[in-house]
Design a protein around this ligand. Structure first.
Ligand SMILES: Cc1ncc(COP(=O)(O)O)c(C=O)c1O
Length: 387
């Protein structure tokens, strides 16, 4: 068997994003036991940094061992008991996943659909609730399947009217755009390690408000999942550290370094960097003659959905970008498969170099796949690379 030797890619898709060298070095540090005092110190600091990035004072803030979906399941399996009413705002693939998990854990789920490419409408949620009380209102902040940003404050107001706990998926927003957990009065939030935080995948930061923890303590039935039981996880992280599962110290060390880098840059500076570079990428893409799916005021800076021009083969372009330039971008999901590309500038991947790289590589590849890129400045750079 040969050594694997993964190639150096530029990860410009919907995630994972490029991982900083110091995070990869942290990952390669010696492995510690999951109860080693140094591991426990690292977890305490990591939780502290995650609170700062989530902008919350919630004591129950930690990283679940698993990807973003484990955070989604942790949120729902702990809050929902069979028969509980759950309202889910769905305007893309990941909202639909939220609804499916809420159903799987036995919720009495009302799904409020919005056309993909738009954010959910609070008036529609109110209408669907029809004056009834709900246990949970769940929504995706940054819908990765469409590149749409959901404003949180209006949904938080709806949750309050319905007496519901507000659950937010911040998988593609944390570290790129403000989540502001306490400001937005979010009760449970979850994210991932591999996008805006620019670590590898494998951990899911979560935060539960005291109100959410009280609701969980009042449950009639035990939480159906042992692995994702937030009370047990909290005891392992912040209580007497009773063994719960063999957490990976290397992943904790990597996320510790990744979150340290976020805070060293500063949240405001980081959000401004994403916004500025996104504008530059939009200018380049539009300069090529491409169109974006989402209007500017509803668009996520960190993830742009670009319409695939008529007659251009989605997969052939993505394969050529990977083969010729070692660049990964994403295709569409669900109803948008074959219709859009998803280009991400997230975390340490959000650099001026990657803006120029994406635009010039696209110009070069599109030119040989049935689309004539307009000869704007960056497109000209792409054509020069191709020659
Ligand atoms: C908005 C959103 N939620 C949930 C997930 C699931 O995360 P993971 O693939 O890390 O399990 C993703 C993944 O891209 C996502 O974009």
């Amino acid at each position: 068997m040969n050594r694997i030797d993964p190639p150096q890619r530029s990860l410009l898709g919907p995630g994972p994003s490029d991982v900083a060298p110091s995070v990869l070095r942290a990952l390669a540090a010696p492995t510690l036991g999951h109860l080693d005092p140094r591991t426990l110190d690292m977890m305490r600091e990591l939780a502290e940094m995650l609170r700062a990035i989530f902008e919350t004072k919630n004591p129950c803030t930690l990283a679940v061992s698993g990807t973003g979906t484990s955070g989604m399941e942790t949120a729902l399996v702990n809050l929902i008991e069979p028969g509980d009413r759950v309202l889910v705002a769905v305007h893309g693939y990941f909202g639909a996943r939220l609804a499916e998990i809420a159903q799987r854990v036995g919720g009495d789920v009302t799904v409020v659909e919005q056309e993909w490419g738009q954010p959910s409408d609070p008036a529609k949620l109110r209408a669907a609730a029809a004056g009834r009380k709900f246990k949970v209102l769940a929504a995706v902040h940054a819908e990765t399947s469409t590149g749409v940003k959901q404003e949180l404050a209006p949904l938080s107001a709806v949750a309050e009217e319905l007496g519901a706990l507000f659950v937010v998926d911040a998988v593609t927003s944390l570290g790129c755009t403000p989540v502001g957990v306490d400001r937005a009065r979010i009760d449970v939030v979850y994210s991932c390690s591999q996008k805006g935080l620019s670590c590898t995948s494998g951990l899911s930061p979560v935060s539960f408000s005291p109100r959410a923890m009280e609701a969980i303590a009042r449950r009639k039935q035990r939480v159906a999942s042992f692995y994702l039981d937030i009370a047990l996880l909290e005891r392992y992280w912040h209580g007497d550290h009773l063994y719960h599962h063999t957490a990976c110290s290397n992943l904790f060390a990597a996320l510790h370094e990744a979150t340290r880098l976020v805070l060293e840059e500063g949240l405001e500076a980081r959000f401004a960097r994403h916004a500025r570079l996104s504008k530059a990428l939009v200018a380049g893409l539009e300069g090529l003659g491409l169109e974006l799916l989402v209007p500017a005021h509803q668009r996520l800076p960190q993830l742009l959905a670009v319409k695939i021009p008529d007659g251009v083969d989605d997969l052939a372009v993505r394969k050529a970008l990977l083969a010729q330039y070692s660049i990964e971008i994403g295709g569409g999901l669900g109803a948008l498969k074959g219709k859009i590309w998803r280009i991400g500038l997230m975390g340490s991947g959000a650099t001026p170099r990657n803006v120029l790289l994406a635009v010039s590589a696209l110009a070069s590849v599109l030119g040989s796949h049935g689309f004539r890129p307009r000869s704007e400045a960056l497109a000209a750079a792409g054509a020069a690379l191709a020659s």
